[in-house]
Design a protein around this ligand. Structure first.
Ligand code: NAI
Ligand code: MG
Length: 487
């Protein structure tokens, strides 16, 4: 159990219609600290009946509540206020996130929280700039469009960046005037619940943001299938994405999906090798590799292959893995036993298929879900460890000397979320950027994000773009209004 004085920041109930309530079933589920394998606390477990209440509250707030008449600029002000409260409570939020997810406190403080704050600021600025057009139609008519909110939106989020994923979803939805039912991942409900409290304190009206923690096949599935939900936004596994698409068919609700990846990170011999080594490390070991756009397939040009791998494995083996609450820790624990086992299983599969572990390849310590940073050499793109998403600190390196063949292999994946290229040759860089089938291309950088720049997938990495102006498309719909100016 939590011993720190901050225990008072932990909310354990569902947020429905502005009230903190237990679930109808009265059930609770455990949330675990993956670094110690111990229970942090228990959380009210939402199920279909609770989702029904939350959706009804969101519907009421959308149709009848003050939200409908809240001026756009005031929606922006509420987002600014939420931003200020997050800023004020950032140490507690960072600590909660580290406790629940296992990621190092240096990352929650220096990556997650700044991105969260920036995203709130960015969408606060959009709230009063979402407008329609007047259109020069034929005849004596005035035709204009209004961009209206979609209505009640269901948002189902994963455990790898719990607070950031919540904010990527709620900030544009609030800016556009929707009401929300948010289902956090069962592994990491704590930071979203605290965010709910801060949203209330910021003056978000009751029912605009409802939060129902619970399991996927129960609470999540009920939200995806709900006939009174107008849109579902989902981030998670591609197989879950398929289930959500099917469930959404009942009332043809709009969907946007951000699914996994197997992103190629391509290093040419003419790159700045040391910065590419840094990029490869950041690409795969940031957040314990639990990143949808992780650079999990590392393509190395043969000329620099040995030198690069030497540097990479040396640096990887010296990363400090351990207590996520220690400010010097560079890699924390995997989120759950399930993920831990899955990753170790993939490591075995890589060995069996003939790839060679040059560093790592096993658990770290004997308590907590820690895995050593792992580098595989001699991977063939058709191996399981090159085709399937491992979602852990495991990089598969593939040597190349022919550019066309490398591009073909890079694209030979069911996924297409991101890709990176390291080179000093600007012409080559832009040429490859066009050829890679991915929603984000990084040149001489990795895992670079900004709230203003769109993020989303090609192929089975999903569809719809979050962040930037593009997320406004997800949370608005267009009404065309005609006025007869003739006789
Ligand atoms: P998941 O897709 O099952 O979970 C993500 C969210 O979806 C959670 O909130 C979960 O409760 C919910 N969910 C699960 N089943 C559902 C259903 N039938 N209907 C509605 N909601 C449902 O992912 P999981 O099982 O936690 O992780 C498995 C793998 O998925 C990971 O190893 C990784 O490869 C991938 N993943 C990808 C993420 C990404 O950012 N693209 C994030 C999390 C996982
Ligand atoms: Mg699952």
């Amino acid at each position: 159990m939590v011993k720190r004085k901050e225990t008072n920041i932990i909310s354990r109930q569902l947020l429905i219609d502005g009230k903190w309530v237990d679930s109808i079933s009265g059930k609770f589920f455990r949330t675990i600290n993956p670094a110690t394998e111990e229970e942090i606390t228990t959380i009210a477990e939402g199920d279909k009946e609770d989702i029904d209440l939350a959706v009804a509250a969101a519907r009421k707030a959308f149709e009848k509540g003050p939200w409908r008449k809240t001026d756009a600029r005031d929606r922006g002000l509420i987002l600014l206020k939420i931003m200020e409260l997050v800023e004020k409570n950032k140490d507690e939020l960072a600590w909660l996130e580290t406790l629940d997810n296992g990621k190092p406190i240096s990352e929650t403080k220096n990556a997650d929280l700044p991105l969260v704050i920036d995203c709130l600021l960015y969408y606060a600025g959009w709230a009063d700039k979402i407008h329609g057009e007047t259109i020069p139609v034929r005849g004596e008519f005035l035709n204009y469009t209004i961009r209206e909110p979609v209505g009640v939106v269901g948002q189902i989020i994963p455990w790898n960046f719990p607070l950031l994923m919540a904010v990527w979803k709620i900030a544009p939805a609030i800016a556009c005037g929707n009401t929300i039912v948010l289902k956090p991942a069962e592994q990491t409900p704590l930071s979203a619940l605290m965010l709910g409290r801060l949203c209330q304190e910021a003056g978000l009206p009751d029912g605009v943001l409802n939060i129902v923690p619970g399991y996927g096949p129960t609470a999540g599935a009920a939200l995806a299938a709900h006939m009174d939900v107008d849109k579902i936004a989902f981030t998670g596994e591609h197989t879950t994405g398929r289930l959500i698409m099917k469930a959404a068919a009942g009332n043809l609700k709009r969907i946007s999906l951000e699914l996994g990846g197997k992103s190629p990170n391509i290093v040419f011999a003419d790159s700045d090798i040391d910065s590419a080594v840094n990029g490869a490390l950041r690409g795969i070991f940031f957040n314990q590799g639990e990143v949808c756009c992780a650079g999990s397939r590392l393509f190395l040009e043969k000329k620099i292959h040995d030198e690069f791998l030497g540097k990479l494995s040396d640096r990887a083996s010296r990363l400090s893995v351990g207590n996520p609450e220690d400010p010097n820790t560079q890699m924390g624990a995997q989120v759950s036993k399930e993920q831990f086992d899955k990753i170790l299983h993939y490591i075995e599969s890589g060995k069996q298929e003939g790839a060679k572990v040059i560093t790592g390849g096993e658990r770290c310590g004997n308590k907590g879900y820690f895995i050593k940073p792992t580098v595989f050499e001699g991977v063939n793109n058709s191996m399981k460890i090159a085709q399937e998403e491992i979602f852990g600190p495991v990089v598969s390196t593939i040597a190349f000397d022919d550019m066309d063949e490398m591009v073909q292999q890079s694209n030979d994946s069911p996924y297409g979320l991101a890709a990176a290229v390291w080179t000093r040759d600007i012409k080559k860089a832009h040429k490859i950027a066009r050829e890679l089938k991915a929603g984000t291309i990084w040149m001489n950088t990795y895992n670079t994000f900004d709230a203003a720049s769109p993020f989303g997938g090609y192929k089975q990495s999903g569809f719809g773009r979050e962040l930037g102006v593009h997320a406004l498309e997800l949370y608005t719909q267009i009404k065309s209004v005609w006025i007869n100016l003739g006789t």
